[in-house]
Design a protein around this ligand. Sequence first.
Ligand SMILES: NC(=O)c1ccc[n+]([C@@H]2O[C@H](COP(=O)([O-])OP(=O)(O)OC[C@H]3O[C@@H](n4cnc5c(N)ncnc54)[C@H](OP(=O)(O)O)[C@@H]3O)[C@@H](O)[C@H]2O)c1
Length: 233
Amino acid sequence: MTKKTVVVTGASRGIGYQTALKFASEGFDVVAMARSKDKLGALCTEGGECITAAAVDLSDAAQITAYCRKLAASGTKIDYIVHNAGHLINKPFLELTDQDWYDLLEANLMSGVRLIRELHASLSRQAHIVLIGSMGGYQGSSKFPGLSAYSTSKAALAVLAECLAVELAANDIRVNCLCLGAVQTEMLAMAFPGFEAPVSAGEMGDYLYDFAVNGSRFFNGKVLPVSLSDPQA
Ligand SMILES: NC(=O)c1ccc[n+]([C@@H]2O[C@H](COP(=O)([O-])OP(=O)(O)OC[C@H]3O[C@@H](n4cnc5c(N)ncnc54)[C@H](OP(=O)(O)O)[C@@H]3O)[C@@H](O)[C@H]2O)c1
């Protein structure tokens, strides 16, 4: 059977790192994307030669284009994208600058927009794109002070999944957004200092692997909460 390929963004630490490792352990080729070359190097050492480090700043359109064109030229077909890279700024609304908003929208939303646009021609038929949202960006969920820009950027990602599922259906490509609750990572510690999450990054990595590979048989264009509780529930 032909080996399948996944692109995991935000793979240098936390949930993305564990997701990349899980795919590698299941025999997939993994394109692991993030900015930190040294941490991607550690991932490759731990996960083996089926992991390719892609040092790309996803807030930089030119870097995304250059890398995706290189990948397309190599003839690589992409079966799964787990767009997990994310940035968090924890600041009250009145202190957030325009630049803070632009930075979050670039890192959390435009990164996915550009990545999917550039990888589209390399996607296999029946590819599955999983966008990693947040409970903060899930309509009707509890909201928390300091996270307005972050949560808004994640809400936009959720609507993007709904829209892309319709537009890409002609090619049998499926798109879903998973809105994660608390997972024990560096980002959680920034958002909710001192809070202990009920789920580890490793457990969530295993779940994202399973959802990416099997979820598209059951879901398309869905925005799904993946949460045991909100951090302050
Ligand atoms: N942990 C939680 O409780 C939780 C809850 C809800 C949603 N989420 C979402 O789950 C995802 C993973 O979260 P996490 O907790 O594992 O976060 P994390 O530990 O802070 O890791 C974030 C990852 O994103 C990468 N990244 C950030 N900006 C980037 C950029 N401009 N270009 C390329 N890569 C970039 C980072 O790598 P570099 O710094 O090396 O670039 C890192 O690998 C995020 O989208 C987050 O919003 C997490």
